[in-house]
Design a protein around this ligand. Structure first.
Ligand code: 5GP
Length: 191
């Protein structure tokens, strides 16, 4: 998606440790008109797929998933990162090793909101080592639901997640794939 690549070139900040900050339009301040374009693009790429629900993970995935959901006309369910006492009934849970925080946490979703009739599209902001996506796919599997695919805004193609997910046979659509990034020279993208 050319518009996204241009925005990353213009506003993305490369930090040490292979972290790209996109806080001015995606991860902290959110450019809603831009997110509408991202939502439309996900819909265009998954136009042939029957989707009943979008699944994402708190916190950065939620805004993106909500705007995308307007185009799919489906609800959004977000996995919570910690066991909370006020979640009703039984939950599905999976462990995720965080790339940005370097620790492992549980993600949970109430069994009420994922069921075996669901055809799920997972949406997230970044794909790095693939742990968040694998955790979310485990929740889908635990519910007996169908995983229709995963839509990622920014895939860091030099990290192993993308290959791993594609090798698992999961349909993966990344709107921009970064081939390499460097604090001095910026990002190069996969065509
Ligand atoms: P993974 O589980 O694929 O290693 O990492 C995915 C998660 O880590 C995403 O949900 C995202 O929040 C975070 N993440 C990974 N790499 C980056 C990055 O370069 N920049 C930002 N802002 N978040 C990242």
């Amino acid at each position: 998606m050319e518009l996204l690549k241009e925005r990353i070139r213009k506003d993305g900040i490369i930090k040490e440790g292979n972290v790209l900050k996109v806080d001015s339009f995606l991860n902290h301040q959110m450019d809603i008109q831009f997110l509408e374009e991202i939502g439309k693009e996900f819909k265009r790429r998954f136009a042939d797929a029957e989707i009943t629900k979008i699944l994402t993970i708190e916190a950065s995935g939620i805004g993106i998933a909500c705007i995308a959901a307007r185009y799919f006309n489906v609800p959004v369910v977000f996995a919570k990162k910690n066991q909370t006492k006020n979640i009703a009934g039984e939950v599905y849970t999976a462990k995720v090793e965080s790339f940005t925080h370097g620790r492992t946490y549980d993600i949970i979703v109430s069994q009420q909101f994922l069921n075996k009739e669901d055809k799920i599209l997972i949406i997230d902001d970044f794909l790095a080592n693939g742990q968040a996506l694998i955790g979310l796919s485990k929740l889908v599997e635990a519910a007996g639901a169908t995983l229709a695919g995963a839509g990622i805004v920014i895939e860091k193609g030099f990290q192993p997640g993308g290959k791993m997910i594609r090798d698992m046979g999961i349909r993966l659509e990344s709107l921009a794939i970064i081939e390499s990034m460097d604090e001095q020279t910026g990002c190069t993208f996969r065509q």
